[in-house]
Design a protein around this ligand. Structure first.
Ligand code: ATP
Length: 356
């Protein structure tokens, strides 16, 4: 029997609640079928680790998880630690250390979810946003001089490399090609950012020639926000830079009904390193420790994890169980206007997996 090694990093806040729920669901899946099992290892990195050790994860942290098949991540964020420390010290360290250059964010309106767009049916909104995850505006290049003086200067330099843009474009075109509509929107801002984004556009055109069956268009990022709201059905797969996609995917999650539902995968398409799957929400300290967190974003991330492992049938089985559960409004958590708890949703999904 195959054994998949999964590293679990709950991190902070509600990450500590939704990741164990995700493990429970994965165990239920493995128990229901004879094909494979999971071997979990858990790592207590994050805000508490920082308080004890002065850093978010140990120096050899990447080496400790280098050989797993996939990583399930909760969230990093702590009210007592600056956000840039928590982000760069854990999540980005893993994404960059393992060159997980493609961040993939599917968005759909799941059954039973009351999404805010009045004129939009669930069929109209079925997107995957591909976010460049290794450079761009979040390359970490920049600095501050004359700190505290009136002449202080601070810079963040966006870095776009030809190799980096080519590989994310190729990934996005390939993903678009694998979806029924074979359609890609390249998000840009080349009217205002006249160097990096112009190269981005040129490379999109160049890579498009390798995918003659994919229909593609370009959209300015500001216009794209309006298009997501006004003409959601005109979009399918999107590719955007690190910052642009960061903003667009939060909008996408909100349009699909809640931040608590949306999943994401930080993927190394070449599979040199393990890929990492996580709900897109943060640590949500306002609801932590109360059992109120919606675990659906984590469960959907588990679906992506299973797809990445090549377990497509099992992934589809889990997605079906999730959709059956969201369709029952009695199983909605507070973010969806319901009263259910994390444990109720988890038990309901596990029950449906057992019943098959
Ligand atoms: P961070 O600083 O770590 O990004 P945050 O608390 O600022 O975290 P999010 O956690 O992304 O931001 O979410 C904002 C709000 O949305 C939360 O305060 C919470 O009320 C709600 N929320 C987010 N995720 C969930 C979830 N899984 N279940 C229920 N509510 C959620």
């Amino acid at each position: 029997m195959k054994t998949y090694k999964i590293a679990c990093i709950p991190g902070d806040g509600i990450g500590k609640e939704v990741i164990p729920a995700g493990q429970e669901v994965l165990q239920a899946l493995a128990a229901a079928g004879p094909d494979f099992r999971f071997e979990f290892s858990s790592f207590g990195w994050g805000g508490d680790w920082y308080r004890a050790h002065g850093r978010m994860m140990p120096d050899d942290g990447l080496a400790q998880i280098r050989d797993v098949d996939a990583i399930l991540f909760g969230s990093a964020g702590d009210p007592q630690i600056p956000d840039h420390v928590t982000l760069w010290g854990l999540r980005l360290k893993i994404c960059q250390g393992f060159d997980q250059y493609a961040n993939v964010r599917p968005t759909r309106i799941l059954p039973g979810i009351d999404a805010p767009l009045k004129r939009c049916t669930p069929r109209d909104l079925d997107w995957v946003i591909v976010r460049e995850n290794s450079e761009g505006e979040y390359a970490g290049v920049g600095g501050r001089v004359h700190q505290g003086h009136p002449i202080e200067v601070a810079t963040d330099v966006s870095i776009l490399t030809r190799a980096g843009v080519e590989r994310i474009m190729r990934f996005a075109f390939k993903l678009a090609q694998s979806r029924p509509r074979k359609q890609l929107t390249v998000v840009t801002k080349s009217n205002a950012q006249r160097h990096g984004m112009v190269m981005w556009d040129e490379i999109a055109l160049q890579i498009s020639k390798e995918f003659p069956d994919v229909k593609w268009d370009k959209e300015l990022v500001d216009a794209c926000t309006a298009r997501m709201v006004n003409r959601p059905a005109s979009l399918d797969t999107l590719v955007a830079t690190n910052l642009h996609a960061d903003v667009l995917s939060d909008l996408a999650a909100a349009l699909a009904g809640s931040l608590g539902i949306a999943p994401t995968g930080n993927i190394d398409p070449e599979r040199r390193y393990p890929s990492m799957f996580e709900p897109i929400h943060g640590s949500a300290f306002d609801i932590m420790g109360k059992g109120l967190a919606n675990p659906v974003g984590t469960f959907w991330s588990c679906v992506m994890l299973l797809e990445h492992l090549g377990e497509r049938e099992t992934a589809a089985r889990l997605m079906k169980a999730i959709e059956e559960v969201t369709a029952d409004t009695r199983l909605h958590t507070g973010d969806l206007g319901g009263k259910a708890k994390t444990a109720d949703v988890t038990a309901a999904v596990c029950q449906r997996l057992k019943n098959r």
